[in-house]
Ligand binder design. Structure first.
Ligand code: EPZ
Length: 418
């Protein structure tokens, strides 16, 4: 098992480039099975989830090659429509393959991807969307048999703006004759990136970023070279790290528009934010002030993937902050270890009330999920003394060598094997 050893107290200073977005690349890799011919994803982040998705594509008959930040996918030999159980469990995002496999092969068999550390992660909305396109779905013993031979374009309504379900319908309908309309669609920037990718391949989708998306099915799609958007969560995480350590950093390959909710909170905490065309800079105050309240919600609300990091920042801010996690039912597990580091946090259901303390104390703590693990690294950077954050592999799922990026800012952090 690997971990990160951190000596806290260094003010982060310097400049770094933000990685490509994990949550854009994963659906884009899934959509790469739709075209005839090879697709190249440039600036693909070197993260475990991207490699896991490529492995699944390989098992389905696609050829995937990783080469220094580029992922090449050739789906010419895609012949399997069954997603083996061990792969579905390996990465929850395998559910994003349901739509494109049906879109291309009209058949698909998958197993429930199962929950993860932050919640049970149901897929009822994914299945509802596909049924609205005429897919007949039989669930038997945890296996989901999908028959798309009678698929047709249609209207899809989502009771909740699910990111993955919206993306699955976009991919299932891209090659479906007729016009499919998604009502109450998710509006995250990664949805617009998936639209841009499919349109770059010759697709015809409009409206991503709004709650109404229109997909005009086309006869075929062609492979392209594509660069995904920058990772707004990785950017927000680094801004939080600088904010918590009284530092000053500049991030390139960062879209200010995508980090507005996070920068709004960091400004409320006393940080000075400078926005450029594709860069964001932050200068932190000597000590952060508490924000009054933070509620996570579907985009354009505050992103749930930044909740843990902001909660860590609240732990060392002056005053009391209230955080409510409205998106996932079990996304406060990082509180336990933050309290072991000396944080003052009261949890009641999905609400956490954080009263800031002047300093946290270094400690051995354990990542339980991707973003909670990142939050513990931030806390360790701000803490007094040495910390070890165990289970780096969870953090590697979404951050490209996080310790190297932090080292460029002067952080005393190294990867250790235990
Ligand atoms: C995507 O997950 C992201 N993952 C998540 O990022 C992100 O937290 C989430 O969107 C919300 O923004 C990827 O894009 C790979 P949802 P997804 O469907 O698609 C419920 C990270 O840390 N729901 O919008 O699974 C669900 O239980 C990860 O990078 C249903 O009830 O999110 C949750 O409460 C974590 N039925 C809420 O909707 C369904 O069929 C949001 O889920 C689907 C979802």
């Amino acid at each position: 098992m690997e971990g990160f050893r951190v000596i806290g107290g260094e003010r982060l200073r310097g400049e770094a480039r933000v990685q490509g977005a994990k949550n854009a690349v994963l659906p884009i890799l899934a959509a790469a099975i739709l075209p005839e011919g090879e697709t190249v994803i440039r600036d693909c982040p070197d993260i475990r989830d991207a490699h896991a998705m490529a492995e699944i594509l390989g098992k389905l008959g696609c050829e995937c090659q990783w080469n220094a930040g580029e992922m090449r996918i050739d789906a010419a030999n895609l012949h399997h429509w069954e997603m083996p159980d061990e792969l579905s469990k390996q990465i929850r995002s395998s559910i994003f393959l349901l739509g494109p496999i049906l879109g291309k092969l009209r058949r698909a068999t998958v197993t429930y991807p199962g929950g993860c550390e932050i919640g049970i992660r149901p897929i009822d909305l994914h299945l509802k969307g596909l049924r609205a396109l005429g897919v007949s779905i039989v669930e038997d013993g945890g296996v989901i048999y999908c028959d798309g031979r009678n698929m047709r374009a249609g209207d899809v309504y989502f009771d909740y703006p699910s990111v993955g379900a919206t993306e699955n319908v976009m991919m299932a309908a891209a090659l479906l004759p007729g016009t499919t309309i998604v009502h109450n669609a998710a509006r995250e920037p990664e949805i617009a990136d998936l639209q841009d990718f499919i349109n770059a391949m010759g697709g015809s989708i409009r409206g991503a970023g709004t709650q109404l998306i229109e997909i005009e099915g086309v006869k075929s799609l062609r492979g392209v070279c594509y660069t995904p958007i920058p990772d707004r969560i990785a950017a927000g995480t680094l801004l939080c790290a600088a904010a918590m350590t009284g530092g000053e950093i500049r991030l390139t390959n960062a879209r200010p528009w995508d980090v507005i909710p996070v920068c709004d909170k960091l400004k409320e905490m006393g940080c000075r934010i400078t926005e450029e065309k594709d860069a964001v800079a932050l200068a932190a105050p000597e000590r952060l002030r508490a924000f009054s309240q933070l509620q996570t919600n579907p985009h354009p609300g505050f992103p749930t993937d930044m909740q843990a990091q902001m909660l860590a920042a609240a732990c060392v801010a002056e005053g009391t902050s209230v955080i409510v996690e409205n998106v996932f039912e079990n996304r406060l597990s990082h509180v336990t270890d933050l309290c072991r580091m000396g944080a003052d946090i009261r949890v009641n259901g999905r609400m956490a009330v954080v009263t800031g303390v002047p300093r946290l104390s270094g400690m051995t703590v354990s990542a339980r999920d991707l973003r909670g693990g990142a939050a513990l690294v931030l806390a360790a950077l701000a803490a007094k003394g040495e910390s070890t954050v165990e289970h780096a592999e969870l953090i590697d799922r979404g951050y490209e060598r996080l310790e190297r990026t932090l080292q460029t800012f002067g952080a005393k952090i190294e990867r250790v094997r235990k």
